[in-house]
Ligand binder design. Structure first.
Ligand code: GLN
Length: 247
């Protein structure tokens, strides 16, 4: 009798430890990252593969923790719901740490500093954030750029796009006056389109971190430990240097 109870407990313990490996019901040692692969140089498609700083850091973390990494490419504003519903284990998407997001997810230690930049046509009269007041500003839906600009200028002054590149294309076509977006993707988009520039004054300074479902301390601790080791041994710097050339 006692033995039976013990093996029943063991079975529960075993099942529970399997579930802790990855998304619920997944026992094949896979860890799933949710991202939006429209965000060079952090995550983007290259020959049917998702590459970039986040993809490589995630791969290094997964290796350290003994998981196989799976990357799920979804809309940016679906990443947090995907974590809440446990369909993905962590979100990594050049995601800015904000107080509001902390209500739904827990963030790892930061792995990169970032800023929201303003892109305008080369001949624009806009020279800083204060000049945006009566203008129409393009943003990527659900990003901090979207939240800040909507707060500061009001909904009527915001045009939302699913991809940052689409906002930049609208700017090239003269449909909007400026784009507010993260600085590194801004540099890539400006280099790929003629007649645009990034203003020297940033819209906001921020930092990126990895998000896990709120309360998933077990995974968060593992991620932070792996991140610390990868910072310490120079892997993170090496990955960032591979994708971002120093100015
Ligand atoms: N850093 C911005 C944010 O977290 C944008 C991220 C993105 O578009 N992938 O909202």
């Amino acid at each position: 009798m006692k033995k039976k109870i013990l093996s029943a407990i063991m079975a529960v313990v075993l099942t529970a430890s399997f579930c802790a490996c990855g998304k619920s019901g997944n026992d094949d040692n896979t860890i799933t990252m949710a991202t939006n692969a429209e965000f060079p140089p952090y995550e983007y498609h290259d020959n049917n593969k998702i590459v970039g700083i986040d993809a490589e850091i995630a791969e290094a973390i997964a290796n350290k923790l003994g998981y196989k990494l799976e990357i799920e490419d979804i809309a940016f504003d679906s990443i947090i719901p995907e974590l809440s519903s446990k369909k993905a284990d962590f979100g990594m998407a050049g995601m800015t740490v904000t107080e509001d997001r902390k209500k739904s997810v827990d963030f790892s230690d930061s792995y990169a500093s970032a800023r929201q930049s303003i892109i305008v046509p080369e001949n624009s009269s806009i020279s800083g954030p204060d000049d945006l007041k009566d203008k129409i500003v393009g943003v990527q839906t659900g990003t901090t750029g979207d939240l800040y600009v909507t707060d500061d200028l009001g909904d009527d002054h915001v045009e939302r796009y699913n991809k940052g590149m689409e906002a930049v294309q609208a700017l090239v076509q003269g449909k909007i006056d400026a784009v507010v977006i993260d600085n590194e993707p801004a540099k890539v988009f400006v280099s790929e389109n003629k007649g645009l520039k990034i203003l020297d004054t940033a819209y906001a300074e921020e930092s990126y971190a990895i998000a896990v479902n709120k309360g998933n301390t077990e995974l968060l601790d593992k991620i932070n430990k792996a991140l610390a080791e990868l910072k310490e041994d120079g892997t993170i710097d090496k990955i960032i240097d591979k994708y971002i050339t120093a100015e």
